[in-house]
Design a protein around this ligand. Structure first.
Ligand code: AKG
Ligand code: FE2
Length: 360
């Protein structure tokens, strides 16, 4: 039987709300943002230097990367191989889409899937709402598209204006930032084969999702959350966030820190990297997948373009054998993405962390 409430709920667009914040969006008192969050001291890593390990600068940069991976799990990267013109075109296409009238955007909502899926649906809309009574809803609309594997693309949900640029943006990130830059350095730092992580993004069944998040202005940003606390279920997430509006925060030792924008660090075309749960698991907890959330703003809307890169969903992931022995027992259970992804959605919708369920 059809469940109209679920369908309606998934299309409860935040952009259509005006005036006071409805009760269903108000988060618990203990989860509300406090004024004056400190700024996270995240580094800017020059990926160009990482391949120059015979130089003092290269060695120093690798040490800075290690420190970021072991502490905050997030950093900005420059010299990442994504052309500034491609970044700008991706941003414009994303912004132009969200500036279209709502009726126009709704053409990219996957109403059939919304009826069948419990966990997530692609296309335009809001995060799946499980019941008409659900509270603490997130103050954001989004466009979610699966990019890889290629045969999983639902191209009817891809606005024409975004198609070519999204593919180019993703290919340049994979070739430059990930394969030729960051991932071999991360494997080296752990003492793993250089192609350990890049191998997980090859073979044609690796998964890439793109999510464009849109956070409408909110009269009471102190009462709502744009995206609730979670860590990403990915190998790596790469973010291009609004230059002019803060919103992303990360949790370290029970304190929420603002993540500075690339522009505020003097590198407008830097990209932001968040280590994902898959890396935390494989590294047996040495590298950290940070808990983060997105807050809203009373004066300005905000956007982010997030690329989620992960392995084949049928591949079992666990701590690397090279990194575990009697003195370093495995700290996480093995899991397949196909089981972990729904669990991550479920936990994230409650502002909790699925990774905690895998700890041994
Ligand atoms: O909008 C942001 O800055 C972060 C969004 C996010 O964490 C996500 O989409 O997983
Ligand atoms: Fe995230």
């Amino acid at each position: 039987m059809e469940d109209p409430s679920r369908e309606e709920a998934a299309m409860l667009l935040v952009q259509e709300l005006a005036g006071d914040v409805p009760e269903r969006y108000v988060i618990q008192v203990e989860d509300r943002p406090r004024a004056g969050a400190p700024v996270a001291p995240i580094p800017v890593i020059d990926l160009g230097l990482l391949s120059r390990q015979h130089t003092a600068e290269g060695v120093e940069e690798l040490a800075r990367l290690r420190s970021a991976l072991e502490s905050w799990g997030t950093f900005l990267v420059t010299n990442h191989g994504v052309e500034p013109s491609v970044m700008d075109a991706m941003w414009s296409a994303a912004r132009d889409f969200f500036q279209r009238p709502i009726q126009e955007k709704k053409k990219y909502a996957d109403l059939d899937e919304i009826k069948h899926y419990d966990d997530y649906h692609e296309g335009y809309g809001t995060k799946q709402v499980k019941s008409p009574q659900q509270t603490s809803l997130e103050w954001s609309d989004r466009l979610l598209l699966q990019v890889e594997p290629q045969d999983q693309r639902k191209l009817h949900l891809w606005p024409q204006s975004l198609r070519d640029i999204l593919l180019e943006f993703s290919v340049q990130q994979q070739c430059g930032l990930l394969t030729n830059g960051l991932l071999p350095a991360m494997a080296t730092l752990l003492g793993l084969r250089k192609d350990y992580f890049t191998g997980l993004l090859r073979g044609g069944r690796n998964t890439t999702f793109a999510r464009i998040n849109y956070y409408p202005m909110c009269q009471r940003p102190d009462l709502v959350c744009g995206v609730k606390p979670h860590s990403d279920a990915t190998l790596i997430s790469v973010l291009m966030v609004d230059e002019n509006v803060d919103g992303l925060q990360i949790l370290i030792d029970d304190i929420w820190y603002h993540v500075p924008t690339a522009s505020s660090k003097g590198h407008p075309h830097a990209l932001l990297v968040l280590v994902g749960d898959v890396v935390e698991i494989i590294s047996n907890g040495v590298f950290k997948s940070p808990v983060h959330r997105a807050m809203t703003n009373a004066q300005k809307e905000r956007m982010s373009v997030v690329m989620f890169y992960g392995p084949d969903l049928d591949k079992e992931i666990g701590p690397a054998e090279e990194l575990t022995d009697d003195s370093r027992p495995a700290r996480y259970k093995k899991v397949k993405g196909v089981d972990y992804l729904p669990a991550q959605y479920e936990h994230a919708s409650r502002g909790e962390r699925a990774l905690d369920t895998l700890r041994i």
